[in-house]
Design a protein around this ligand. Structure first.
Ligand code: FAS
Ligand code: PHB
Length: 393
């Protein structure tokens, strides 16, 4: 039987950041991860960090490489009615920004920090079940190198993502699940093509949504709204570039740059949230508790916001024997997460074309886009949400 203070299921951004935060406070943890280390490191996923996530990385000593490589973003260029509508969220938020710094870089920084600190991390080690959550010493059962192992701990952090096991450890009669599945997905590509402009660009076109985002000065991440059941094999490079030009190019702006496509994948769209985020000594964080459509770039950032609260709560327990933070964890995270859900779902509805959408609904979308980009109040609401809502921790 292995013993620790906090057992962490999942070596994604949430699990790694929690383990790092606890280590900085002298609190022990063990991470158990079902995938192999290389797979954990190589997953593409998110690309944009909110101001609060960047500040958190700096506060925990992980700012140096990020500040060297991250690309600070001040605006988002909305394209509709064949025009560019630049929304300067830096100005509209009183100087807050968003940064392009891909999730795989965040994970690499966290993984390196934990390994340098000698963290105990089990890779290729699926958790099979958790017991004793309503007692004082839960046990996490997992497999490593074909052998069943057990981890005894004070608390379990369920950082195992949407398809993890920890949420299912909460009895059905205690769980309330809220779900919305969208009738479209995103075909995401990575291209060796420099960004045409330095702002992330959204195309809100009658053919469907498109985005040009940035990864490095030489590499762009591009997305096209597509059928959720579509296959990347149906999208030749020519078809991809034709659709991106049609949805993103407008008068008065340089057309998007083409280049060698190095990655193609389709992501489904979903809004999901589970209540409660705590059961006994189990605390859910990140995608284990909630999913947002990637439109608002909130998935990774919402995970980090949960961890900031959970880290503070565990420190208050261990260092000051104060239970109030742990007792308030779920409510604190859920209050903020419902606002993040609202922003992400609202953006998703505003910029995508829905099957069978009426002309009136298209009119409403254009009215929302004009209000959000064309008024000081609309820009302020977008900026407040896109650069990141405050975290109570
Ligand atoms: P993660 O899913 O990152 O990590 C959970 C970990 O738990 C995984 O490593 C998994 O292997 C492990 N695990 C699961 N079950 C286990 C078990 N039984 N035992 C042990 N380990 C187990 N967000 C954005 O903001 N912008 C985007 O553009 C974006 N694109 C995305 C594209 C895709 C295809 C996906 C899937 C997600 C995307 N997201 C995006 C959201 C994504 O970034 C998540 O929000 C983020 O990874 C959440 O981090 P974690 O909560 O740590 O969960
Ligand atoms: C991304 O670069 O992956 C990205 C950028 C902005 C968004 C969503 C995703 O709103």
């Amino acid at each position: 039987m292995i013993r620790t203070q906090v057992g962490i299921i999942g070596a994604g951004p949430a699990g790694f950041m929690l383990s790092h935060l606890l280590h900085l406070e002298g609190i022990e943890s063990v991470i158990i991860e079902r995938s192999q280390k290389d797979h954990v490191r190589s997953r593409l996923r998110a690309g944009v960090l909110e101001q609060g996530t960047v500040e958190m990385m700096r506060e925990v000593g992980l700012g140096e490489r990020m500040d060297r490589l991250a690309l600070e973003q001040h605006a988002l260029d909305f394209r509709f009615n064949n025009r560019s509508h630049r929304l300067d969220f830096h100005e509209a938020s009183g100087g807050r920004s968003a940064w392009v710094y891909p999730q795989y870089e965040v994970v690499a920084d966290l993984m390196q920090a934990r390994e340098e600190a000698g963290a105990q991390i089990f890779y290729d080690a699926p958790v099979t079940h958790i017991e004793g959550l309503e007692g004082s010493r839960p046990t996490i059962h997992f497999e490593s190198e074909g052998q069943p192992l057990e981890l005894s701990c004070d608390f379990v952090a369920g950082c195992d993502g949407f398809r993890g096991i920890s949420r299912s450890a909460i009895p059905d009669d205690k769980l309330r699940l809220y779900d919305r599945v969208y009738p479209f997905g995103w075909l995401g590509i990575l291209a060796d093509a420099p960004p045409a402009i330095q702002d992330i660009t959204w195309g809100c076109h009658p053919d469907g949504f498109a985005m040009m985002s940035i990864r490095t000065p030489e590499v762009t991440r591009l997305y096209l709204q597509c059928d959720p059941d579509d296959s990347p094999d149906n999208w030749s490079d020519d078809r991809i570039w034709a659709a991106l030009h049609k949805r993103l190019d407008v008068d008065g702006q340089p057309p998007i740059n083409e280049g060698r496509i190095t990655q193609k994948a389709i992501t489904a769209m979903r809004s999901f949230i589970c209540e409660p985020m705590r059961f006994g000594r189990l605390f859910l964080a990140g995608d284990a508790a909630h999913i947002v459509p990637p439109t608002g770039a909130k998935g990774l950032n919402a995970a980090m916001a949960d961890i900031k609260v959970l880290g503070r709560s565990l420190v208050e327990h261990y260092k000051r024997h104060d239970q109030r933070w742990l007792d308030g964890y779920a409510d604190t995270c859920l209050e903020r997460m419902w606002l993040v859900q609202r922003f992400s779902a609202g953006l998703c509805t505003m910029v995508h074309q829905f099957p069978g959408q009426s002309a009136f609904e298209r009119g409403m979308q254009l009215a929302d886009l004009n209000y959000m980009t064309g008024t000081r109040e609309g820009r302020a609401v977008f900026a407040h949400n896109f650069t990141g809502l405050p975290v109570q921790a």
